[in-house]
Every structure is written in structure tokens, then in C-alpha cells.
Design a protein around this ligand. Structure first.
Ligand code: AMP
Length: 192
């Protein structure tokens, strides 16, 4: 089973993916975490990615897809994978679909967390006080990330709606309630 945790920055994707992966024993791949690891280790990819991430831009598709492929290859025998922060563009969604198709798999569920923008901005700026993430610190960078989300990533909702795998979840509720809504949505997927 392959699950995409979808939504704008600050919607709670990481928190919810964490709860879900512990429950399901799935692999968890968060492209943002992978980029941060590369940046910390100052790899060539990390140094390149930083120039985009610090500005609030997306890292180019080619680099991101290559990194994801390498990461997926580490989990050949897991019952499922939870993708967090990937795909973020149509090119990435199509690449993921092809990769999974080539191994006889597909995306089974997209869990789209929805939260109003004003709440997202204050959540991220608040997180920035302790996360040490440069892209969480400045309001202008946060606003740009949200713009990029609206422009490049949000259209994927329609892409996945057409494929009948989109589940919209109210991300404004408390963590436990969101988690329960996610479990409910996944139960419906399993029953289908
Ligand atoms: P995140 O931790 O998911 O908020 O990601 C932090 C930053 O990493 C994003 O603002 C992007 O610059 C970059 N990033 C993470 N995932 C992707 C992706 N799938 N495509 C392009 N850039 C990404």
C-alpha cells in the first residue's frame, strides 16, 4: 500500500505521517527530511538544494526524483510506503506513478490535509522558533513557500481526484482527531 501525505507546509503532514507509520509499520520517505540530511552533511546535492530551499523555492524535479528513487530502492520488502512532501509537481506525480507501475504498484490513497493560510503561517513561524530551519524563520520565505504550493502543488489534488484516490482531511482539528479521520479514510480504501 502506498500513501501520499499531501498538503501545504505546516499542515501537519510530518506529525500525521509519524503517527501512521508507527501504527502500520510502513516505510516513511520525506523528501524535505532527506534534503535537510544532505544539507547537514554538506553533500553536493545538499549544497545545491540549499540554494532553492533557503529562498522558499522547490528543488528542481530532476534532482528530487533521483533522490526519491535512490531512497525507495532501500525499501524493497516493506508492506507499504508513506510519502511525505512528495510529489509536489505534476512531473513528480507522473514519475512516481511510473516508478510504482513498473513494479506492479500504485498510489492507493492521497491524504490531503487542509488548513487555512493564516493558520499555516503562524504555525510555521512558531515552528521556526525551535526547528532551526532557515526556511521557517522569515515570514517572506514562508509566504513564498505557500505561493509555490498553491501554484505548483495544489493542482495535484485534481490529478489524484481524477484517479479516485483523494481523501480530503480537515487539518485544523487536534492531532488525535486528524489521525482518526485518516484511519477512517484508509479503512474505506482497504474495504474497496
Ligand atoms: P518540507 O520539509 O517538506 O517542507 O520541505 C522543505 C523544502 O525542501 C521545500 O520547501 C522545498 O524547497 C524542498 N522540497 C521538499 N520536497 C520537495 C519536492 N518533492 N520537490 C521539490 N522540492 C522539495
Amino acid at each position: 500500500m502506498h500513501i501520499v501525505m499531501f498538503g501545504p507546509p505546516g499542515a501537519g503532514k510530518g506529525t500525521q505521517a509519524g503517527l501512521l507509520k508507527d501504527r502500520l509499520n510502513f516505510a516513511y520517505i520525506a523528501t524535505g527530511d532527506l534534503f535537510r540530511k544532505h544539507m547537514k552533511e554538506q553533500t553536493e546535492l545538499g549544497q545545491l538544494a540549499r540554494t532553492y530551499i533557503d529562498r522558499g523555492d522547490l528543488v528542481p524535479d530532476e534532482l528530487t526524483i533521483e533522490m526519491l528513487k535512490n531512497e525507495m530502492a532501500k525499501y524493497p520488502d516493506v508492506p507499504g510506503i508513506i510519502f511525505d512532501g512528495f510529489p509536489r509537481t505534476t512531473v513528480q506525480a507522473e514519475a512516481l506513478e511510473k516508478m510504482l507501475h513498473d513494479q506492479g504498484d500504485k498510489i492507493d490513497a492521497v491524504l490531503a490535509l487542509e488548513v487555512p493560510e493564516d493558520v499555516l503561517i503562524s504555525r510555521i513561524l512558531n515552528r521556526g522558533k525551535t526547528s532551526g530551519r532557515s526556511d521557517d524563520a522569515e515570514r517572506s520565505t514562508v509566504v513564498k513557500r505557500l505561493q509555490k504550493y498553491r501554484e505548483l502543488t495544489e493542482p495535484l489534488k485534481d490529478y489524484y481526484r481524477r484517479k479516485n484516490v483523494l481523501n480530503v482531511i480537515n487539518g485544523l482539528q487536534d492531532i488525535e482527531t486528524v489521525h482518526n479521520d485518516i484511519l477512517q479514510a484508509l479503512e474505506n480504501v482497504v474495504r474497496q
